[in-house]
Design a protein around this ligand. Structure first.
Ligand code: SF4
Length: 381
């Protein structure tokens, strides 16, 4: 696929509500990770500088001149964006995001993912100065032994110091990422992680069930999960977080109920199957019914070969995606007559099994359906 296949959308790009920027470097690859990320250790500063130059070139395909486009959200994720040096973070905002400089408004949600081992007070200050107003911190567990098992390179102490600095510098919207269903983890150790997280009163908590994907170190070593323990931990998290003042708004996500408005706007756009533009290695865009994928080959990307695939979704595929994404939201989704007609049999069967319910044209998972969401989604494939 040629880069030019996508540049026709330059004008429309200004109307896309969400931008994602991928920084594919990490200090060390975690045992369970199947994201597009590479160990930072064997990459020189020059290597990451070249990546940022390529990223800048890719973005300028869409925004040839500095403009005043107003996306509603910008999400800088990875990998680990906080492995970038202070100079590189400044470059990212000053040069690359210069095309979107008018974005530095409180109304726009700008999220930056950080990991405790690679963030400093100075980097946090730079992020604040450039308008970042939401931090997502990869903690995963409040247990150092579990962190080590996962292959994380930070400790609980590193996380606490990072969290404290972020609050001191004035970040008022912080997400903490946690993982459950780890082999050897018990409901009791999981409860302790949740309890410690709650004591910090983050605005948002994401809880993910560990997945062991092909190609990861965990998979290669034959590690397998206990599905019953996993379900127990998930059920416990929902109950415990709700009881302690968190609003369960998406299968894996919770926001502070006493401070409305802290749901992640960027991800809500994904779950509503809204359009978005993704920049960087392996990033995906969805615009005008087309799913456009960037290459996952770093050498190709550095050489300016950004795109690898473009697929136009058929109307059936779009409806199936609408359902699988929209039903992740606990409030459910409004269903059109065409979805009702196309998936009549599957929807009736799932309602009959007590996994889905419909009210005023809104379809949503029941409490039981939330626990078996993957079985529900399989019916719409
Ligand atoms: S920090 Fe995140 S992206 Fe990096 S290796 Fe670990 S799980 Fe993957």
């Amino acid at each position: 696929m040629k880069n030019s296949d996508y540049t026709d959308n330059n004008v429309e790009a200004g109307l896309v509500p969400a931008f994602y920027i991928h920084i594919p470097f990490c200090r060390k690859k975690c045992g369970y990770c199947d994201f597009v990320s590479a160990d930072y250790a064997d990459k020189t500063t020059d290597y990451t500088d070249r990546y940022l130059q390529a990223l800048s070139k890719e973005i300028s395909f869409h925004f040839p001149l500095p403009t005043s486009y107003f996306p509603l959200t910008i999400y800088i994720g990875g990998g680990t964006p906080s492995v970038l040096s202070e100079k590189q973070i400044v470059f990212l905002f000053k040069t690359i995001l210069a095309h979107l400089t008018k974005c530095a408004s409180e109304k726009i949600e700008i999220t930056f993912e950080i990991n405790p081992e690679s963030i400093t007070e100075q980097k946090l200050k730079i992020l604040k100065d450039y308008g970042v107003n939401r931090l997502s911190i990869g903690l995963q567990s409040f247990n150092d032994m579990i962190l080590k098992f996962l292959g994380r390179v930070h400790t609980v102490k590193d996380f606490l110091s990072c969290y404290e600095s972020a609050r001191k510098i004035g970040f008022k919207n912080i997400n903490i990422d946690l993982i459950f269903g780890i082999p050897g983890q018990t409901v009791k150790t999981w409860q302790r992680t949740l309890k410690c997280a709650l004591q910090l009163k983050p605005e948002h908590i994401s809880t993910y069930s560990l997945t062991i994907e092909k190609g990861t170190r965990f998979f290669e070593t034959g590690l397998r999960k206990d599905d019953d323990a996993d379900a127990d931990m998930y059920e416990f998290a929902i109950h415990y977080l709700k009881k302690n003042g968190y609003h369960h708004y998406e299968i894996s996500n919770f926001s502070r109920a006493s401070k409305p408005g802290f749901e992640c706007k960027h991800n809500i756009n994904y779950w509503k199957n809204g359009e978005y533009l993704g920049f960087g290695l392996g990033a995906v865009s969805y615009i005008k019914g087309k799913r456009i994928k960037n290459t996952e080959n770093l050498t190709d990307y550095l050489n300016g070969k950004f795109r690898s695939d473009c697929e136009e979704l058929k109307s059936d595929e779009k409806m199936s995606e609408d359902l699988m994404l929209g039903l992740r939201l606990i409030d459910g989704m409004k269903i059109s007559d065409s979805i009702k007609e196309k998936f009549f049999v599957a929807i009736s069967k799932l309602k009959h099994s007590g996994l889905l319910k419909e009210q005023n044209n809104f379809l949503k998972l029941t409490d039981k359906g939330i626990m078996f969401a993957n079985c529900v989604f399989r019916e719409f494939l």
